[in-house]
Design a protein around this ligand. Structure first.
Ligand code: GLV
Ligand code: MN
Ligand code: MN
Length: 415
């Protein structure tokens, strides 16, 4: 058997690149605030393009501002293998959610070059546009558009809290990268393997280095708008008020009572809540909040999601309520063919591994419907993620990248 390309993987460089990328949007508490299509993200993309250029990978971009870094294979006309993730973060994000998959992908490509071998197929690292969905909801926009799950027109009109549309925010990104070749959306891909931090506590608790991801859990999201009427805090009586905050709080309480289960298997979050006009002496006229509901079992996601508008209607009091469904992603299972490749690669390198499901969402969800897809997880400290304290070890980072490199090379070089 020929030596594995992972033997050429430079773990020191991988770690330095992770730390360097984390400077773009760095927060005082050691995290990263690099929202999708922000100035910080544009600067970080430039760095990625530079790193790829160092070893001869070519950068390209598509109409959804997905960034491709491609190492040409021996038969470049074949559909490429892809890896990658995202480099946008939550406002209080860490250094590794998403960034790890992109930087590990580049480390894998670099190891292939260092090995002196070339696979048949090209291998591309993709930084998908807006995975987090924090600034523009729902997320995984770039991968959704690439795979035809959503249309470009649909995502371009989504606006952030300040009223800026994706189309407007994307302008400076594409302008900055106008020298790059343009890729079409949705071209054929031979396979997609994404490396990511686990974002949960299982691998660390089980003392396993590599997670072979079996699939992704189900998720439904909604935006709830509660409309009342502004009134003077001193002169309007409780009886006469249509206080949107009072109604919204009653709705939230009713939703929690109906949706949270005793076994604690349902994930139900209201992570965004905005009050208008948000002035101390004005009765709130409008509240908008976001519902994020997840479970591994589709029947549960469906049943509980269907309850959301019903409960909002019942608990609305004197206000009007409008429930806008944003997303319904069913649970999915990655193919055994990719899972076994990941498990074999981990075994071949002497790393402990286990299978586990991902309750967190990833771009792999949409790639799964486009080509054979799988994921490699590495442990993160105490399962902490979407938090500036997110932490991983250099050794685990290197292990995940080595597994990724071997899986990518074998898939890219195979039939
Ligand atoms: C991804 O960040 C998610 O919210 O699952
Ligand atoms: Mn992520
Ligand atoms: Mn995330």
């Amino acid at each position: 058997m020929s030596p594995r390309v992972s033997g050429h993987l430079d773990g020191g460089r991988l770690w330095r690149d992770l730390m360097e990328l984390a400077r773009f949007g760095a927060t005082e508490l050691g995290g990263v605030n690099r929202l999708a299509l922000s100035r910080e993200e544009i600067a970080a993309r430039k760095v990625l393009i530079g790193w790829a250029g160092e070893f001869g990978a070519e950068a390209a971009v598509d109409a959804a501002a997905n960034l491709y870094l491609r190492l040409e294979g021996r038969e470049p006309s074949l559909p490429p293998l892809q890896t990658g993730s995202h480099i946008d973060t939550q406002p209080t994000g860490g250094k590794f959610d998403g960034a790890y998959g992109v930087v590990a992908g580049l480390a894998a490509l670099r190891s292939i070059v260092a090995s002196g071998r070339r696979p048949r197929r090209s291998v591309e690292v993709v930084a998908w546009m807006n995975e987090e969905g924090s600034r523009f909801a729902p997320g995984m926009m770039g991968s959704a558009v690439f795979t035809g799950k959503r249309t470009l027109a649909e995502i371009l009109s989504v606006r952030d809290k300040a009223g800026v549309s994706v189309s407007e925010a994307m302008g400076p990104v594409l302008e900055n990268e106008k020298h790059l070749p343009r890729r079409p959306l949705g071209y054929p891909v031979a396979g997609y393997v994404e490396a990511h931090i686990e974002q949960g506590p299982t691998l660390e608790a089980q003392q396993k280095t590599i997670g072979v991801v079996t699939g992704i859990g189900g998720k439904r999201t909604f935006r709830v708008e509660v409309k009342g009427e502004p009134a003077h805090a001193g002169t309007s009586s409780r009886r006469d008020r249509r206080d949107a905050l009072v109604s919204a709080v009653a709705i939230v309480d009713a939703l929690q009572k109906a949706i949270w289960d005793d076994a604690d298997t349902v994930r139900f979050t209201i992570g965004m809540f905005t009050v208008t006009p948000n002035a101390p002496s004005v009765v709130p006229s409008r509240v908008v909040f976001a519902v994020d509901l997840r479970h591994d079992d589709d029947a549960t996601v469906r049943r509980l999601g269907d309850l959301v508008p019903v409960i909002c209607g019942k608990a609305r009091g004197k206000c009007d309520v409008n429930v806008i469904p944003l997303l319904y992603d069913v649970p999915l299972q990655f193919p055994a063919s990719i899972r076994s490749r990941v498990a074999q690669a981990a075994k071949g390198l002497g790393y402990s591994s286990m299978e586990l499901n991902s309750p967190a969402g990833h771009d792999s969800r949409y790639l799964h419907y486009h080509c054979p897809t799988g994921m490699v997880f590495i442990p993160c400290k105490a399962g902490i993620s979407h938090n500036e304290a997110e932490s991983i070890t250099p050794a685990d980072a290197e292990a995940g990248a080595r597994v990724l490199a071997d899986v990518l090379f074998d898939l890219a070089d195979g039939a």
